[in-house]
Design a binder for this molecule. Structure first.
Ligand SMILES: [Mg+2]
Length: 361
């Protein structure tokens, strides 16, 4: 029996600013709420594919809504065929270049199209891709912390079962980084993975100096020590680092990862579904990571990433940073320190009354 290929009927995007459980302070700024764009891809099969993207700032919300709906208009009546759509988008934006808002829009549309296919098949995404949902170990992702002021929260993370904690650094001097890492390590004990994220705030020489100073505290990884586009700088830092280097949340599409891996920029990689080209891009990077034996983690988007890590040969850690929980009907849940993906599709369902509350018009 042959079924007709599902087609896209319309694309809708909505902007909102969702509350988050705790603010995330980085070396550069503090995120106190999550500017999100919700994407709905309506199909002719009675299902609507859904995905959300994180706009980083409210300044990009309206341009993203506009861009997604404009691209969506061109997709009307096209088959829900994410691989083909990605190839078409690559060609369409080749001369413009698609790093930035266009890449975020394209990646979000890709995720929503895959979600529609999962819903039509009535199967979780990880199953549709040939695997099955399984518990993916997660770390609790903090901003800048203070070992005294944040002791209660950190202990609560351990009580929830998290076996990994990530904190931010680089907001002060090297002595401050050491004070915080020493305090947090003492609080967590030796058996919890502790990661530090510098959010691109250092230069290679300073990064090398700070990483050496943090060596006694058995850090699990050092994240984005230098600006993300400085691949040779990452490689230079990595050369002498006693701790593995992690990066990838700001590398664009599979080609970006190919360049970074060729440059020897990091020991671990952590693509962001919204910058890597959605589900389609993620799969291509997972192949690269497997071939190069590079452990691969996720960035944000816990619900969708739990599906993707279930079909990632070198799956490492899932980042748990709850930016969308307030507007999802079924937010990702931590059980024994792990997240198990839910379907159908990416398992993303809007809590419409919450969406209405936080909508930006
Ligand atoms: Mg990071």
């Amino acid at each position: 029996m042959s079924k007709s290929v599902p087609a896209i009927r319309s694309v809708k995007a909505r902007a909102l600013v969702a509350p988050i459980p705790r603010p995330v302070k980085t070396a550069f700024a503090e995120i106190s709420a999550a500017p999100l764009v919700l994407i709905d891809v309506e199909t002719d099969q009675g299902v609507t594919g859904r995905a959300y993207i994180f706009a980083y700032t409210t300044l990009t919300l309206k341009p993203l809504v506009h861009l997604i709906e404009e691209i969506g208009r061109e997709l009307t009546d096209k088959p829900v065929a994410p691989y083909d759509l990605m190839k078409a988008m690559d060609a369409k934006f080749r001369l413009l270049g698609w790093q930035g808002l266009v890449g975020m829009a394209v990646s979000g549309l890709d995720m929503a199209c895959w979600d529609a296919l999962g819903q039509i098949a009535d199967r979780p995404m990880s199953e549709l891709l040939g695997g099955s949902p399984r518990p993916i170990k997660a770390y609790d992702s903090y901003g800048v912390v203070d070992p005294v002021a944040d002791e209660k929260a950190l202990r609560r993370s351990l009580d929830q079962g998290f076996r990994g904690i990530k904190i931010k650094g680089g907001d002060g001097d090297a002595a401050n980084d050491e004070r915080v890492v020493r305090g947090v390590r003492a609080l967590l004990g030796p058996d919890i993975a502790l990661m530090i994220d510098f959010n691109q705030s250092l230069d290679p020489a300073e990064a090398t100096r700070r990483i050496a100073r943090l060596a006694p505290y058995d850090l699990h990884w050092i994240e984005e020590p230098v600006p993300q586009e400085n691949l040779s700088g990452h490689a230079k830092v990595r050369e002498t680092s006693p701790t593995p280097i992690q990066a990838g949340e700001n590398w664009w599409f599979p080609r970006g990862f190919a360049e970074a891996i060729a440059a020897g920029a990091s020991d671990f990689i952590m693509p962001d579904l919204m910058k890597v080209g959605g589900v389609t891009g993620w799969l291509q990077v997972a192949g690269q990571a497997d071939a190069a034996s590079i452990p691969m983690s996720s960035h944000l988007f816990a619900e969708a990433s739990a599906h993707m890590l279930a079909v990632t040969p070198t799956a490492h850690w899932l980042e748990f940073l709850d930016f969308a929980g307030a507007i999802l009907a079924k937010p990702a849940e931590i059980v024994d320190g792990a997240v198990t993906a839910r379907g159908p599709g990416l398992g993303i369902e809007w809590n419409e009354s919450a969406v209405a509350k936080y909508l930006v018009t």
